[in-house]
Write a protein that binds this ligand. Sequence first.
Ligand SMILES: Nc1nc2c(ncn2[C@@H]2O[C@H](COP(=O)(O)OP(=O)(O)OP(=O)(O)O)[C@@H](O)[C@H]2O)c(=O)[nH]1
Ligand SMILES: [Mg+2]
Length: 238
Amino acid sequence: MGLLFAKLWSLFINQGKIKKYLFLENATKCARGETGVSAPSPALLADKDEGELLLCVTPQHMPEMRRQWHFRLAEHKVIIVGLDNAGKTTILYQFLMNEVVHTSPTIGSNVEEIVVKNAHFLMWDIGGQESLRSSWNTYYSNTEFIILVVDSIDRERLSVTKEELYRMLAHEDLRKAAVLIFANKQDMKGCMSAAEISKYLTLSSLKDHPWHIQSCCALTGEGLCQGLEWMTSRIGVK
Ligand SMILES: Nc1nc2c(ncn2[C@@H]2O[C@H](COP(=O)(O)OP(=O)(O)OP(=O)(O)O)[C@@H](O)[C@H]2O)c(=O)[nH]1
Ligand SMILES: [Mg+2]
């Protein structure tokens, strides 16, 4: 299986675009019955009737695909959102490497797999600039966790964060998502506490979404593990 295909495949899966899997026990090529479409295995084929993407795999590729499919099944999709400069990318790479990386504003997204205990999280860090926020919803499908990163020193824009939070939570695709709020940049003098942020965002009024707020500093990594622990406890990993 080529690397490019693997990458594309995981992208499709994690955006919920592949709806069906077809393991072709006796075929040498992938073919779609009457439609006559055929392609080398593994292949992504569009199901014309149902408008769905189909992943077709012949025996040669089955073991690898089964392994990956099983692995993907156990994966939890996370989106990391928040206004620009909040510290989202810094947090993502602290999770991944335990170090501070030099960042520049994210255009589009970064995606990384983070393994905590036995839990696999696929984390999408999405650019927070104003012009990018209208496309956040393209990342929503199949999201289990929203990590909202708040810049605790940025009092002026907390109202914008609040608007964005409630806009997101009203979206159908995030109906079942749990929300972890990181009150980041706690190292900054005069920053808002997690309690202040919680009150301003009226988190206690959130009834339909499990939520948790955690103060942190992405530069030192303080507080990040506690946030991840809340996530793993929600999916039953001890
Ligand atoms: N003092 C302090 N600075 C931080 C902290 N976390 C991130 N920063 C800094 O804040 C700046 C922005 O961080 P990024 O991680 O790039 O922010 P972002 O949320 O990804 O921004 P966009 O990609 O534009 O949406 C960088 O200079 C970081 O070093 C923190 O906890 N404390
Ligand atoms: Mg970023």
